[in-house]
Design a protein around this ligand. Sequence first.
Ligand code: ZN
Length: 151
Amino acid sequence: MDDTLRELYQEVILDHSKHPRHFGKLDDATNTAQGHNPLCGDRVTMYLKVDADDRIQDIAFEGKGCAISQASASLMTDMIVGRTVAEAEKLMGGFLHLVKGEDASGLDPDDRERLDVMAGVSAFPMRVKCATLAWHTMKSALEGGAAAEAV
Ligand code: ZN
């Protein structure tokens, strides 16, 4: 990756962490879960409103932690709102491959482009858990809301 692109990606991450999308609480959430990444101290609480057709109507998160964890939560909420649960889980699968430096060709090209800002964390195994925390917490909320730990 050239330096200009790297800088751009850093800007995107900083922007998301400073001005997180969907930050807050949903009073009418159908699914919630809390996640914790003990290695870094990141915490996130995810609120989802899933309708009868399994579509994620609304989503919000609260949390604090490093810029990567907050930016990833912001980016994720922005990307999965309006999708079905199955689509969100498929996106999560592709994202996990991407940040672990594995084959992420299953991702839709547009999704891949948006998630690419996070691909750089694959070089830093400790930070992968920061990037995946929000996603694991989202999945845990969909599965019934047990506490999630980043894996
Ligand atoms: Zn972190």
